[in-house]
Ligand binder design. Structure first.
Ligand code: PEP
Ligand code: MG
Length: 754
């Protein structure tokens, strides 16, 4: 009697035989018949059947060896129906000694399967989804061995990759098979950046091509796999042992990684797959598919998290196998990148001219990918669960970052509607472009200076395009957030120098590091805090770690090379903090001068007004500052005690409300009285209606995301400031929680474009 399992292990050529049978000429049906025959023979099974998923969602018997051939293309199972439907639903193998005893068993007389008891079925998985089911059956009741299960899974993987690669598609018999989801879908996510895009899906981590599935030399492949696993394990061990000063959370994550990386079952599954003839890359994909199918359905958030750990581990292993990170891929025109999440530099490696949008399964508005996407003006929607299982490479997709939605394979009417919206945006942009060199004066002659916010050197090209008068807020922490390790003095100096060079005569206001809160760096040790927004962040960190802040100030002074320099400090909450921070600037200027270095030709040092405490101490603060800038994002969060990063609470309050507007008015008035230049640099400055209210309150310097400059300028040009001032002043006395509607009515009444 043949020993099952060993059957396949002994004849690695089985996979090749299947490949040849599938790739060979002749009708698709004949090729599939041949495949099931080959498998049945190798597995010493009396029955081997292949079911494929029809577009309607049913599994249909496509080929069989052993069952009644008349049942082919007749027998169908719905998801969850019968054993085949059960495998399809669960996405994992079912190994039964006596199939008819199983509660899900559904008897189909046309198949003639009465005499068979032993049943082993495995799904054909694509990205964690079952596109088919492969079954073997034997008369004698018995459980199939682990090796047999593994063997059949490998055969299923090769089959699914080949079917999906289109080697059988196009033939009548296989028409209507649902290899990949094809129906239009609309997913609701979270908007991480503004804008709209329509284009073709490109997977950040594309699946392994079927041509690379089978190895030519098993022994060499086994060695390659174990070398990669060892180097991966060593790297993770080193991360844990190193003096990186890991925070609790990242330690936990890495410890779980280590557990998985050393886990025998993971290693064994990979090694088994390679000994059976797969390449190491294909083995990783096979094990990954299985994990996804198994854990992807878990409701338990802990288990789902573990799946993410495993995914990361698989990605890391693929990188170790390729010797290095993946080189940037060639993009098609109008590419929409699909990823689970992106690492710091990933997005920058793609061709910006072709990349139109970004869809992420995870992430947050403060994540690196989202920050870079905004800087590049690429529409981005995140938090789209299971996105990668729902979209295939080459699908047409829409990124609607205005509403936070994604449309997969949209219908023509949806495409038309989106295209119309894209056209409107383009036209509006063209109108704004025309205004680029027009200075922003209100109708009654008040000059309003419009600046843009930036944070990476990728933003710099945009400075000229927007027509902004300069950079009103340069968020220096972005460089730290997108780097793998702490940027050193030279890297900081180089970036600041490039920014000043690109800005030319236009002023740049550099904000010192605003880290902590939601901006955490993996390489910087930080305590876990219960209330990070109220915790050790921004200038608090800078003053407690003066070496870090001084190094940054030194880099700014060096980069200025005798040019004017403007620096401001984030989240100052008391005048003492500002005094201490300003003293460090003096120390660094003196340090540079002692070494014969050029001091800036003019130095302006300012404070951000973000903590409400300062609003009632402006009389003490303003005389110490050269300018101030109101960070309304944080000021509103602290005024209303509502976390700006928490979607549940961040829209409960309205900056267009009496308390917020009164606080802003108080700041403006105090600055006007002392002659202190003041700007507003929070997001609200970039929204025409909010900017209208700010102009009405007397602010004449606004700094905003680049996309806001055009619309805000259009608002300013159409605005009668005196009429706006009178209208808004009256609304400050309102007893309503929000005066947004009233401000909008006012704007329309006096013909302001908001
Ligand atoms: C703000 O808080 O308004 C601000 C401009 O700073 P950030 O958004 O970087 O905290
Ligand atoms: Mg802030």
């Amino acid at each position: 009697m043949a020993v099952p399992g060993v059957a396949i292990r002994g004849q690695r050529s089985l996979l090749r035989q299947i490949r040849e049978a599938l790739a060979g000429g002749g009708p698709a049906q004949a090729r599939l018949d041949m495949v099931v025959r080959i498998i049945a023979r190798s597995m010493v099974a009396e029955v081997c059947s292949l079911y494929m998923r029809r577009a309607a969602g049913d599994m249909e018997l496509f080929a069989t060896e052993g069952l009644d051939p008349a049942a082919v293309h007749v027998t169908r199972m719905k998801p969850g129906e019968g054993l085949v439907g059960e495998i399809m639903k669960l996405g994992r193998p079912l190994n039964l000694a006596d199939a008819p005893e199983h509660p899900a068993f559904s008897y189909r007389p046309e198949t003639g399967e009465d005499p068979y008891h032993a049943f082993l079925g495995v799904p054909l998985l694509r990205g964690g989804r079952a596109i088919g089911v492969l079954v073997v059956q034997n008369r004698t009741a018995r459980i199939y061995t682990d090796d047999e299960v593994e063997d059949l899974q490998i055969v299923a993987m090769v089959l699914s990759e080949m079917v999906a690669a289109g080697e059988l598609i196009g033939e009548a018999a296989l028409k209507g098979v649902e290899i990949a989801p094809h129906r239009p879908e609309r997913l609701k996510g979270t908007r991480f950046g503004d804008g709209l895009a329509y284009g073709v899906a490109v997977l950040h981590e594309p699946p392994v091509a079927p041509s690379q599935l089978l190895s030519d030399d098993v022994a060499a492949e086994e060695m390659r796999l174990s070398a990669a696993i060892h180097s991966l394990q060593a790297q993770i061990d080193q991360m844990l042992a190193g003096d990186a000063g890991l925070v609790d959370a990242s330690f936990e994550v890495l410890d779980t990684y280590r557990m998985f990386a050393h886990s025998q079952s993971w290693n064994r599954s990979l090694q088994d797959a390679v000994s059976n003839g797969l390449t190491a890359e294909a083995a990783v994909e096979r094990v990954r598919s299985e994990h996804r199918a198994r854990l992807g359905q878990a409701r338990d958030p802990y288990l789902r998290e573990r799946l993410h750990d495993l995914e990361d581990l698989n990605d890391r292993l693929l990188r170790h196998l390729s010797g290095d990170g993946h080189a940037a891929r060639e993009l098609p025109e109008n590419a929409i990148l699909i990823a689970r999440n992106l690492g710091p530099a990933d997005l920058l490696e793609y061709d910006r001219k072709k990349l139109r949008g970004l869809l992420l399964e995870e992430g947050s508005a403060a994540s690196h990918a989202a920050i870079v996407a905004r800087a590049l003006d690429i529409p981005c929607v995140g938090r789209l669960p299971n996105l990668r299982d729902k979209v295939s490479e080459g699908d047409m997709v829409i990124v609607d970052a205005e509403t936070g939605e994604a449309y997969l394979r949209p219908r023509t009417d949806v495409v038309k509607a989106i295209q119309a919206r894209i056209d409107v945006r383009r036209q509006r942009r063209a109108e704004f472009d025309k205004l680029r060199d027009t200075p922003a004066f209100t109708r009654d002659g008040a000059k309003i200076s419009l600046f843009m916010n930036a944070g990476l050197d990728v933003d710099l090209d945009i400075l000229v395009d927007t027509g902004a008068e300069g950079i009103g807020l340069f968020r220096t922490e972005f460089q730290f957030m997108v780097a793998e390790e702490m940027p050193r003095f030279n890297a900081q100096t180089a970036l600041y120098g490039r920014v000043m060079d690109a800005a030319g005569d236009k002023p740049v206001t550099f904000r010192t590091l605003d880290l902590g809160g939601d901006k955490v760096l993996p390489y910087l040790e930080a305590e876990r805090e219960d209330n990070p927004a109220l915790g050790w962040r921004a200038i608090r960190m800078g003053l407690d770690r003066p070496a870090l802040l001084r190094l940054q100030l030194r880099a700014l002074i060096a980069a200025a090379r005798g040019r004017p320099l403007r620096v401001m400090f984030p989240l100052v909450a008391s005048v003492d903090e500002f005094r201490a921070a300003r003293a460090l600037v003096d120390v660094e200027i003196a340090w540079a001068q002692r070494r014969g270095r050029q001091a800036p030709s003019r130095l302006d040092v300012g404070a951000m007004i973000e903590a409400p405490s300062l609003v009632w101490h402006l009389d003490a603060l303003l005389p110490m500052t050269d300018f101030v800038s109101v960070g309304t994002n944080d000021l509103m969060q602290y005024l209303f005690a509502a976390d700006r990063g928490n979607p549940r609470v961040d829209s409960r309050y309205d900056p267009l409300s009496p308390p917020a507007l009164r606080a802003l008015e108080q700041i403006q008035r105090a600055c006007a009285e002392t002659g202190t230049p003041v700007s507003v640099c929070g997001e609200m400055a970039g929204r025409p209606l909010e900017a209208f209210a700010l102009v009405a309150l007397g602010f004449d310097r606004l700094s905003m995301p680049p996309a806001g400059v055009g619309p805000v300028k259009q608002m300013v040009l159409s605005c009668d400031r005196e009429a706006a001032r009178r209208g808004v002043a009256a609304l400050l006395k309102s007893g309503a929680g929000s005066v947004r509607n009233e401000i909008e009515t006012l704007a329309r009444k006096i013909y302001v474009a908001v």
